[in-house]
Design a protein around this ligand. Structure first.
Ligand code: ADP
Ligand code: MG
Length: 256
């Protein structure tokens, strides 16, 4: 049975996609079977895994509307050695079209049931909004990974996300937990980063992952080569951090 995780934060540009793609590649390096679900109409995770988002035969969009299934729509990321349920801008339409469908928060959960035995991890890259798409991700998942930059405004908006997760837990998905806050784009030379990081540990205790992802230019360059940073430059500090994070996640799921 696959463990399913959403990478979510309603802010844009906080490292959700970088985390999803590189955690997927890091877990694959640790011989885990991984499916990455691109739930963002921007399709950045799809491109970052080396799959062309233009002209997809089937995508997350068709799967969520029930016009295709995961087995048909998934593709292999050779660059990352994991499978991808790809997305592009068509997915933005699903938001509106799903309104008329039954069970509209559970479309993704139901679709993923078909491949549950084929993977150890399913990682869902959420869009930067607390939308119906994100709600589908939260309903499908066992846990949420929240990437955060250690900056002054980091905590702003976190309570909205936490409240949404609590509501989903209470009403729609009792399995859902916050697995942890992941410190990303970390710059150890900045005193503020250190201070915010220490504050996060104080407030959230073991809900803060031990692994810290540094700011590393190789992670930012890799998508333009259609590769995860983890396979683009495995020796880089960013790649090493995401592989360590993969190992931390493997340990965590043993306790779930
Ligand atoms: P989101 O999916 O939350 O919008 P992204 O993962 O796309 O965020 O990251 C936003 C930008 O920051 C991208 O240009 C990405 O390459 C860059 N980035 C993310 N993480 C790192 C990192 N650890 N080091 C350097 N650049 C990063
Ligand atoms: Mg993104």
């Amino acid at each position: 049975m696959a463990k399913i995780f959403c990478v979510a934060n309603q802010k844009g540009g906080v490292g959700k996609t970088t985390t999803t793609v590189n955690l997927a590649a890091g877990l694959a390096k640790l011989n885990q079977r991984v499916l990455l679900v691109d739930l963002d109409p921007q399709g950045n995770a799809t491109m970052g895994a080396g799959i062309n988002k233009a002209g997809l035969q089937a995508s997350t969009y068709e799967v969520m509307l029930g016009n295709s299934d995961v087995v048909t729509a998934r593709q292999r990321s050779e660059a990352g050695r994991f499978d991808v349920l790809p997305a592009n801008r068509e997915l933005a339409g699903a938001e509106v079209e799903m309104v008329q469908l039954d069970n509209r928060e559970r479309r993704l959960k139901d679709a993923l049931a078909a491949v549950d035995k084929e993977y150890d991890f399913v990682l869902i890259d959420c869009p930067p909004a607390l939308s119906m798409l994100t709600l589908n991700g939260l309903c499908a998942a066992h846990g949420v990974i929240i990437p955060m930059q250690c900056e002054y405004y980091a905590l702003e908006g976190l309570s909205d996300l936490v409240n949404t997760i609590k509501k989903v837990h209470a009403n729609l998905n009792q399995d859902l937990k916050i697995i942890g806050l992941l410190r990303v784009m970390f710059d150890p030379r900045m005193t503020l980063s250190q201070q915010v990081s220490a504050q996060l540990e104080q407030h959230f205790g073991d809900k803060v992952f031990k692994t810290i992802i540094p700011r590393n230019v190789r992670l930012a360059e890799a998508p333009s080569y259609g590769m995860p940073g983890v396979t683009f430059d495995p020796a880089s500090k960013g790649a090493q951090a995401y592989i360590a994070f993969g190992a931390e996640m493997v340990k965590r799921i043993k306790k779930m």
